[in-house]
Design a protein around this ligand. Structure first.
Ligand code: ADP
Ligand code: MG
Length: 245
């Protein structure tokens, strides 16, 4: 579903992504891990059309992406950010937030689709006319996920979708993402700093360091410690220490 070859992204003199390549089969999840500043978000943003200054080849379902994306692209590919405050308008009710993608893409049947979306992400019907600040962090992220799914995309790009949430809520949202993926045959690219999360959800994981993807490793090998690159071993060691702390 996704094929990225030799992607480079520059911000002036900053060479943020240096020749990244990876594939994601349809209906699968690809995880990206790496320390802060290693280029993970920049890869996702280039793929989603938010970073126009890139070179290389990016394909979605075989079609090469052009610098500027059209509406049809955003119907197929949607992004979910770490902080739903950033993606939800503070003065828009949940109802409005969910209706907007339907209007943008000329999809009818609002009432039924909004009710179904709330149900799908397990939000009580009473949240429909609330504002973002009247919801918990987990509920806000559920709204952001529901919103991303309104136009029935095939690909979700998830940038640390649970990092801003309490640990207890993180697992709920990850389980929701796993359920939605299975139901809708979605393809995910997921950035996270949590190796346990990525190993749980993603059969393949790309390890980023200094703008390069230094290793691609299966979740099975990651869990059992069969790593090839020292940076992967280092991330693994740090994450084990964190879990034990
Ligand atoms: P990560 O998501 O892995 O933490 P990012 O992709 O956000 O890393 O950043 C990679 C590098 O690109 C960093 O050096 C960051 O400072 C730089 N960078 C990211 N976005 C911009 C931008 N809009 N303008 C200039 N530099 C940026
Ligand atoms: Mg980031």
């Amino acid at each position: 579903m996704i094929r990225i070859e030799n992607l480079h992204v520059r911000f002036g003199d900053v060479h943020a992504v240096k020749g990244v390549s990876f594939d994601v089969p349809s209906g699968s999840s690809f995880g990206m891990v790496g320390e802060s500043g290693s280029g993970k978000s920049t890869v996702l943003r280039a793929l989603s059309g938010l970073n126009p200054d890139w070179t290389g080849t990016m394909r979605v379902d075989g079609a090469a992406l052009k610098p500027k994306r059209d509406r049809a692209f955003f119907r197929r590919v949607q992004m979910v950010f770490q902080d739903p405050y950033g993606s939800l308008h503070p003065r828009q009710t949940v109802d409005r937030a969910l209706a907007e993608p339907l209007m943008v893409h000329g999809i009818g049947d609002h009432e039924q689709r909004i009710l179904r979306a709330l149900d799908e992400v397990a939000l009580p019907a009473a949240t429909r006319f609330r504002f973002p600040h009247q919801l918990s962090g987990g509920q806000r992220q559920r709204v952001a996920i529901a919103r991303a799914l309104m136009a029935e995309p095939e690909v979700l790009l998830l940038d640390e979708p649970t990092s801003a949430l309490d640990v207890s809520v993180q697992a709920e949202v990850l389980n929701l993402l796993a359920d939605l993926q299975a139901q809708r045959k979605l393809t995910y690219v997921m950035v996270t700093h949590n190796l346990a999360v990525v190993a749980h959800l993603c059969p393949m994981v790309g390890v980023m360091q200094g703008g390069q993807m230094v290793e691609q490793i299966s979740a099975v090998h990651l869990r059992s410690g069969r790593v090839n690159h020292p940076h992967t071993a280092e991330l693994r060691r740090l994450s084990t220490e964190l879990e034990e702390a």
